[in-house]
Design a protein around this ligand. Structure first.
Ligand code: NAD
Ligand code: MG
Length: 300
């Protein structure tokens, strides 16, 4: 894995090697970065900030691991204070990200809780506003993905929980946050290639990602007049703890990402720059859009 060199011109097919994935590794939901084998790259050694988010206050759900971890680190190195949410069992991952944010002199606020509770979502926004004074960047990133092969095995409970985590929480947190946003603020949702090319074993998950894509475009038009932009990032196969914690069956885990045109899984460090761009004023004329980070699987 390159890991240290994100800026020099190089061949993207081997900028990172396909991770050597033991297909039998499994973690209970939610998985931990700390237990992921091999470890993912969040830009720890490579991400260089240029002050593109200087003075901004960001809230990132699921900022403890995977894509959210890489985004938190990049935002902090670009000069933003970062609040992140995580589940109580992810304390070890959350504290690592807090340390990385504080290491560059930015404020970090880690809030543990379950975003499937509407009350928690409201309290979360209040806590961030109390600590930071505003929310300038909201990244709805927390997500639930549990692979179920057959329709008869997909329970109502799972279907509802996946929607509560991926869609309802996004609505609750966004609705609570918008009154605290000033013109120039940016909302970035995390959709997926699954919004466009849904896999059969991800019926509930893919459906939520379709909803997130539509929510993003509708909301963008709704709040454009307030000077708030709303966009989404659609990752393809990215090596994160979501995948070995029942996100994929073992036989798919082994070859995770290999069928993309670039021939490998992506790393969280390769996704974070899309969030930075959408959060920054560089994307001032971009709203209601989706940026794909898919290794070539592409959005329509
Ligand atoms: P991840 O497991 O590192 O992050 C997901 C986070 O969601 C967890 O850290 C957890 O804190 C949070 N979460 C889950 N359920 C929660 C709940 N009930 N309450 C509070 N927090 C909860 O995995 P990731 O792959 O970085 O996922 C981040 C986002 O990226 C998700 O929305 C996922 O759907 C999306 N995504 C991932 C991939 C991929 O290949 N990894 C591809 C496309 C989209
Ligand atoms: Mg996590």
């Amino acid at each position: 894995m390159s890991g240290t060199n994100q800026y020099t011109m190089q061949d993207p097919t081997d900028q990172y090697k396909q991770p050597d994935i033991n297909k039998d590794q499994t973690q209970p939901e939610p998985g931990l970065d700390a237990k992921l084998e091999p470890h993912a790259d969040h830009g720890e050694q490579s991400y260089k900030g240029l002050g593109r988010l200087k003075g901004r206050k960001a809230l990132i759900t699921g900022g403890d691991s995977g894509i959210g971890h890489a985004v938190a680190l990049a935002f902090a190195r670009e000069g933003a204070d970062v609040a992140l949410t995580y589940l109580p069992e992810e304390e070890v991952d959350a504290q690592k990200v807090v340390a990385e944010v504080e290491a560059v002199g930015q404020k970090a606020l880690a809030v543990a809780g379950d975003i499937t509770s509407e009350g928690f979502c409201h309290d979360l926004v209040d806590e961030v506003v109390d600590a930071f004074g505003s929310i300038d960047i909201l990244v709805n990133n927390a997500g639930k993905q549990v692979y179920v092969e057959n329709l008869e095995d997909l329970t109502s409970d799972q279907f509802q929980r996946t929607f509560a985590t991926n869609v309802f929480a996004m609505f609750w947190i966004t609705k609570a946050a918008v009154p605290h946003m000033r013109p120039g603020a940016s909302i970035i949702n995390t959709t997926s290639i699954q919004s466009y090319q849904p896999s059969p074993g991800l019926l509930d998950y893919a459906s939520t990602k379709g909803a997130i894509t539509s929510f993003t475009k509708s909301l963008a038009k709704m709040v454009a007049g307030k000077g708030i932009r709303v966009n989404a990032v659609a990752p393809g196969p990215i090596w994160t703890p979501l995948q070995p914690s029942h996100g994929q069956p073992p036989e798919k885990l082994e070859k995770f990402g290999e069928s993309t045109p670039l021939g490998r899984a992506g790393q969280p460090a390769e996704v974070a720059p899309a969030y930075v761009f959408l959060a920054s004023q560089e994307s001032s004329y971009i709203t209601a859009e989706v940026i794909g980070v898919t290794g070539g699987q592409h959005t329509p």
